[in-house]
Design a protein around this ligand. Structure first.
Ligand code: HEC
Ligand code: HEC
Length: 197
């Protein structure tokens, strides 16, 4: 093969690689700017420090995307999220999902009531929460991560499903689960899940 051709081929490959690199660097910068608008409520690095606002870090990509779609479609209602989702398109939803899913998940705080956690673990086993949310409660696909999520938000979410205020995805999975739960069970299971690493 002539040398000239080889060096041309090499520089073409290098150019293509560089092009891809700078495009994704630009995408990264754009998505970081978008995500900065979320940090005011959802916290730095997607870890919420605010009551009733969930952490987003480490949630499955698909779960995040679906929730944004549900807010936009109005099937999930929240006064604070409503104006946010009116401003974002499908491309943003894809990149925000990818961005937050790749951040390190929240670590549960120190458990000051291990007895309540024990009770909560029994509830989770009895109601087979892990059969959908996975054994580590990291979630998968359209099923949420629960491990390390804010405790009072988990309680709120379960009561929202129980009351039929949050419908969720196509299958009425969570409505069925939560409807059958007592307040005591909800309190215990939320405490257990919030303290998982
Ligand atoms: C003004 C405060 C505020 C801002 C800014 C905000 N959010 Fe939210 N977000 C909330 C609240 C409050 C909830 C919980 C809603 C509920 O209780 O149902 C929420 C819920 C969510 C959920 C569902 C998470 C879950 O675990 O169910 C996603 C996903 C989400 N927000 C993404 C975003 C993204 C992405 C941005 C930035 C583009 C953003 N939010 C900006 C307040 C905010
Ligand atoms: C049949 C499958 C299934 C089972 C069993 C199940 N879940 Fe879920 N769960 C889901 C799905 C799917 C979602 C996302 C629903 C949506 O889009 O709102 C979800 C969402 C949740 C959320 C909302 C999380 C968030 O960040 O907004 C909580 C809290 C929750 N589940 C707790 C539980 C608990 C506790 C149990 C056991 C008592 C349980 N789930 C059992 C499928 C299941």
């Amino acid at each position: 093969m002539p040398r000239q051709f080889i060096s041309h081929a090499i520089s073409t490959v290098a150019l293509i690689a560089l092009g891809a690199l700078s495009a994704s660097a630009a995408d990264n910068a754009a998505i970081k700017e978008k995500a900065a608008a979320c940090a005011g409520c959802h916290g730095d690095n997607g870890i919420s420090q605010t009551e009733n606002i969930p952490s987003l870090a480490g949630q499955p990509d698909q779960f995040l995307q679906w929730q944004l779609v549900f807010f936009r479609a109005g099937s999930r209602k929240n006064d604070q999220m409503q104006p946010i989702v009116e401003e974002i398109g499908n491309e943003d939803i894809r990149s925000l999902g990818a961005y937050f899913s790749q951040l390190a998940p929240p670590k549960g705080p120190e458990d000051k009531d291990p007895d309540l956690s024990k009770k909560g673990a029994q509830v989770a086993t009895g109601r087979r929460c892990a059969s959908c949310h996975t054994d580590t409660y990291a979630g998968t696909k359209a099923v949420a991560r629960l491990a390390g999520q804010r405790e009072e938000y988990l309680v709120k979410a379960l009561f929202d499903y129980k009351a039929g205020q949050r419908v969720g995805g196509g299958v009425a999975a969570m409505a069925d689960v939560a409807y059958a739960m007592s307040e005591e069970e909800i309190t215990a299971v939320a405490h257990y899940l919030a303290h998982l690493q």
